[in-house]
Design a protein around this ligand. Structure first.
Ligand code: COA
Length: 164
């Protein structure tokens, strides 16, 4: 699909399903948004992409990777958006919108369309909440729901890779 976007510089974005991934290209995308827990082990990220229910990529006409989103889903009851990111150089050009709208439409038949993101009190959370709210998404507690999870290890990386 082609989406001429509204910005001063018209960027033609092609959104397509992808099933194989180049580690260097994926590294550059995730690194651009500072996702260090991911770039620490990019082979693992690529394996997670391959095992996802769906991965859609946004590319320009030359094939450069601009953004990506992936889901974990049973394609019936739940769609979990595990990652949605746009290369930092291209934020604010409607690429995240195109990725998210594609997923919302693709999984419209699922009862749950959910994701986890940083808390609104954090710098990333502030941006992400504004973005997701644009699409009518609300936090669990705002509709009488709660989300639970085991504690995520957010310890900053010290440079030591532990095998195993
Ligand atoms: C969040 C993210 C995906 C948004 O992508 P983007 O391409 O910059 O967003 P878009 O340009 O498509 O914006 C879509 C809409 O959200 C709004 N929006 C986006 N970021 C916003 C912000 N920080 N504050 C307010 N509104 C914002 C835009 O104004 C736009 O609305 P409009 O079309 O009515 O003008 C992108 O900033 C990103 O990759 N961030 C780092 C990774 C991340 O944190 N991902 C989300 C957590 S999984």
């Amino acid at each position: 699909m082609r989406y001429p976007y509204r910005n001063q510089e018209v960027i033609s974005v092609i959104i397509a399903v992808e099933t194989s991934f180049d580690e260097d290209e994926i590294f550059r995308l995730y690194d651009s948004v500072g996702w260090e827990p991911w770039t620490r082990d990019i082979a693992k990220v690529c394996r997670s992409l391959v095992s996802s229910h769906l991965v859609i990529a946004a590319r320009d006409e030359s094939g450069n990777l601009l953004g990506l989103a992936r889901t974990v889903s049973d394609d019936e009851m739940i769609c979990y958006v595990q990652e949605l990111l746009v290369n930092a150089k291209f934020h604010g050009q409607g690429i995240g919108r195109q990725l998210l709208e594609h997923l919302i439409e693709r999984y419209a038949h699922c009862r749950y369309f959910v994701l986890t993101t940083d808390h609104e009190s954090t710098p990333d959370g502030k941006n992400n909440h504004a973005f997701y709210r644009k699409f009518g998404m609300i936090e669990h507690h705002e509709q009488g729901l709660s989300a639970f999870g085991r504690k995520v290890d957010n310890t900053p990386y010290t440079g030591t890779v532990v095998d195993g």
